[in-house]
Ligand binder design. Structure first.
Ligand code: ADP
Ligand code: GLC
Length: 503
């Protein structure tokens, strides 16, 4: 029997195309669009950061809007509203200069903003107060990562006996490494009762752990790939929360991310000098030439380009690539190009490699979406040696653009990249196991020999990759099942329903 449309509130610190640090923003944006197109009433709450200028089609909501923190009131200047592009979903931006009028979402030049506990407790509370002020009570509140971990805690405490208390919470873990750990005072600031400060709730070693609060208090928990869902229940990838995740294993499910095919489709991509598809790859050669020009690489269509795009942090393992570039350059006829920003030392290492291997190594330090599209389109291989990777989007963008991923076998990279097995008609990329420079070097060598010695295999892998369904269709259906599962469980827990079907 078809189910009635749901009222869904997404609460997130970043949302593509408005604000983005990493893949979380892409996922929130894509899910918002998918759910709205499927007929659900979707709203999003997110901050108005300093780099966001209200546009002509944005409207300022009439009237003041207060956020009720720790016993006193904070007045907002404004709540801005717009429609999510390509959908009917409504996006609400909270304008509160004291916390959000900044150019970096999480970190300033000297590390994490020192008031992040207040900034994100405020975001969580604003989501709650939005619902009350509009008397719009969602069926499901979907929260993304530690910054909004207090939302499920409010739902189980201060909000439980209000009309909002019936809402189920779904908490998605995008990256367990960042947990939001702060002093106990944040509870008072947020107006949360002291009883929640317990090890079997959000306390962790005498501190408040927002991620743990989200995991403990949500009706259901998801993470962004099935393999990562299993990994985080063990000590190696559990980041100290593996016991909590194991305890909640019956409510935890891994759903692989999809890619937004409106944005990442080589046949329609507006950022490219030429479009292409699995049936006609001629445009890809034009993209390759343009990329070589843009990155100062020698013009040569026969040499394979290996590219990497990432935040330059330990997680992504690109220090391993920097370490082996000299070996690669002395033994393989390839070009390497990198787009990224982050760790200053690693940025300098890549810039030095560009100097040293002029015309063979091209580096762009910074964030550049247009260049990211050109790199995916113009390269032949994509290097992603992550130490851990909850899902990863770039390996999937690469596959869609016929650029074969070379990935470490971890997290979602295992679920999304099918291993090439020589002599068989299968595979969409190259996987290796050990997080070491040597293992990466061998994997790149394997890919390079496939390019030069087994060109038919390269083409076969490329076709397999490009023809893989990477869209959100299947994963969005799974999220919908989780929403229903969570809704039933919440109502059952409150004595309103008496059954909980598992998706
Ligand atoms: P994570 O969220 O851990 O950074 P993902 O692979 O899920 O990893 O998502 C990364 C997203 O950020 C992708 O959309 C990627 O294209 C984009 N990205 C990362 N670094 C840059 C950059 N320097 N310039 C442009 N886009 C980038
Ligand atoms: C995180 C993870 C990444 C994932 C993204 C979106 O930033 O590091 O693997 O793809 O979230 O879920």
């Amino acid at each position: 029997m078809p189910k009635a449309p749901l009222k869904i509130l997404q609460v997130a610190p970043e949302v593509t195309p408005f604000s983005k640090v990493g893949g979380l923003a892409d996922v929130v944006g894509a899910l918002t669009k998918e759910m709205s197109r499927a007929g659900h009433d979707v709203r999003v709450i997110t901050p108005l950061y300093g780099f966001l200028e209200p546009k002509e089609d944005w409207t300022a909501e009439p009237g003041a809007f207060s956020v009720h923190l720790g016993g006193y009131k904070e007045e907002f200047t404004r709540l801005w509203k717009t429609t999510y592009p390509g959908s009917d979903a409504q996006v609400y931006f909270i304008e509160y200069g004291k916390y959000y009028d900044r150019h970096e979402i999480y970190t300033g030049p000297w590390g994490g903003h020192s008031d992040n506990h207040e900034r994100f407790a405020f975001l969580s509370r604003a989501a709650i107060d939005y619902c009350h002020s509009r008397q719009w009570y969602p069926d499901v509140i979907h929260c993304h990562d530690w910054t909004v971990g207090f939302v499920p805690v409010y739902l189980n405490t201060t909000e439980y006996n209000t009309p909002l208390g019936r809402a189920a919470t779904v908490f998605t873990i995008h990256n367990l490494m960042h947990q939001g750990i702060f002093g106990r005072e944040v509870l008072q600031f947020a107006g949360l009762p002291p009883e929640v400060f317990r090890p079997d709730n959000l306390e962790s070693m005498g501190l408040v752990n927002m991620m743990k609060g989200g995991i403990y208090n949500s009706t259901k928990i998801t993470t962004v790939s099935p393999n990562y869902a299993a990994e985080i229940q063990g000590p190696e990838y559990g980041c100290g929360l593996n016991h909590v995740l194991k305890y909640r294993a019956g409510d935890l499910i891994g759903i692989i991310n999809g890619i937004d095919t409106d944005e990442w489709n080589p046949a329609t991509d507006k950022h490219l000098p030429a479009n292409f598809s699995a049936d006609d790859l001629s445009g890809k050669a034009k993209c390759k030439r343009k990329l070589q020009e843009r990155m100062g690489l020698e013009h040569d269509s026969k040499v394979p380009i290996f590219c990497a795009i990432a935040r330059l942090f330990d997680q992504k393992g690109l220090d391993l690539l920097a370490e082996i570039v000299p070996w690669i350059m002395s033994e393989m006829n390839v070009q390497i190009t990198l787009l990224g920003a982050g760790d200053g030392g690693l940025e300098q290492s890549f810039l030095a490699l560009q100097e040293r291997f002029h015309g063979k190594v091209g580096v762009y330090i910074g964030y550049n979406n247009q260049l990211a599209h050109l790199m995916e389109a113009g390269s032949d291989f994509f290097v992603m040696p992550s130490r851990f990777e909850p899902c990863g989007l770039n390996q999937m963008y690469s596959m869609a653009y016929g650029t074969l991923p070379i990935v470490r076998s971890t997290g979602g990279l295992v679920d999304s990249v099918q291993q090439y097995v020589e002599g068989r008609e299968r595979g969409t990329g190259f996987r290796f196991d050990e997080a070491s420079a040597k293992a990466l070097y061998y994997a790149i060598g394997w890919a390079c020999s496939t390019w030069y010695d087994r060109p038919d295999d390269y083409r076969m892998l490329q076709q397999n990759a490009m023809r893989t369904d990477l869209s959100w269709t299947q994963s969005a259906d799974k999220y919908l099942d989780v929403y229903h599962w969570a809704q039933d469980a919440r109502l059952r827990g409150m004595g309103i329903l008496d059954r909980t079907p598992h998706p």
